[in-house]
Design a protein. Sequence first.
Length: 478
Amino acid sequence: MQTDDLESFLLVSQLVANVKERDSNVTLLRIKVSDRDKPHTPGWKAKYTIVSGNENNNYKILTDPDTNDGVLTLVKSLDFENGYLRELSVQVENETPFFSCSVKRVVADDLWEVDYSDPEAGSTGIGFKPKTLTVIVNVEDINDAPDFVPPIKAVYLEENDKTGKELQTFTAIDKDGSLSSEFRYTVGVDPAGWVSIDPKTGTVITTQLMDRESPFVINNTYTVILHAVDNGKPPMTGSGTLVIHLTDVNDCIPYLLTPHIDMCANETASMTKLAAQDDDEDPYSGPFSFNLLEKESLKGKWRLDPTHGYSVNLIKEENVYSGIYILHLEISDRQGVSSKHNLTVTVCDCPTSAPANCGTRRLSSTTMGASAVGILFAALCLMLGYSVNLIKEENVYSGIYILHLEISDRQGVSSKHNLTVTVCDCPTSAPANCGTRRLSSTTMGASAVGILFAALCLMLGKTVTARPARKDLTAEKS
């Protein structure tokens, strides 16, 4: 049986290691020992322990199983500014405690008096003290990044406040007085481009109006990252954070979530839901007040019920026929800030119990289809004879209107037509040209076919009677 009867000896009593600050996970040095016990036995294997100087757990030491060396590793970086000389005490002993004995003398009855060198021998032993080594670590200074003091600042600001407003002044310090003596401030991250910083003083000001409803504002806060760059080699950059808390003002107006809806041309009254939204927060948003403009002309045809809430019901009375209607709607928030909207309602025949889907009948603004061509062609033909003036009053808003028109000759033979009028904003003194806004259809409906047929007949010197599909084709908004 092999015992640890030959002590491990350190080859030196002091070692020196050099390391750069901020280095980590690097081997500092290897500690060598000599042991004459049989290799790779517990009595030969060395056990190393850092007994002082590792209070912050910057180091670790392990035994190389092949060479029995102690491998000292820096696992957490050191800061030159906290001390450029570090001292460690490393203790070494065998895995099996060292043991030795010697016969001092022979006593009666062939008994021996023995001296023990055993740390566990108690009061009879001479004891054993592990060997200790001193390690000196030299920390080399390198250029550190500037530090913002404090690293995070906050400011509270009302949205849409004036530009050029001073928000905060940031201060950075550089602990490397010997490596860099000055630095400059810059804006690192500013997604919306709302601020600037004085490169010398660190004062942050607004360069644009800040909008709380911007997609760059999260939970009413806008975050800016600022940098301080020193003049070291290489230059180092420190970062600070400015958190801007934006308070809401009533700068948004309510708007319809769906400006185009479909409804079925039922024989009875029907309704659909209208919903609005306001990007402002309470109390500058809903619930809203809804108001149909031009109530007199809509009486008996369209109404709202209720008129207050986040959504209301638009009710179509039974005497509203198939067609396209533009209703002028005013929506107000809780503070009375309002907006006016054109609500386009397409009324069409629907299969029994099917939901309204007038998509194939809805007019499109990108091309002029067959029905629009038919209306335009008929109007041109009719104007070859006598003409009248169509007068638009001042309270007619931009939009598309379908007027139901009846034309009679001298003998009383008449025909009925849909006249599409597009009202749009025009430059001052310029003639009306709403071509890019005019709606057209991809298919030619029954009314357009009738109009085109009437126009062709008039060109041939004949008269026809266009029979309407329904009664009461009085002028209605579209």
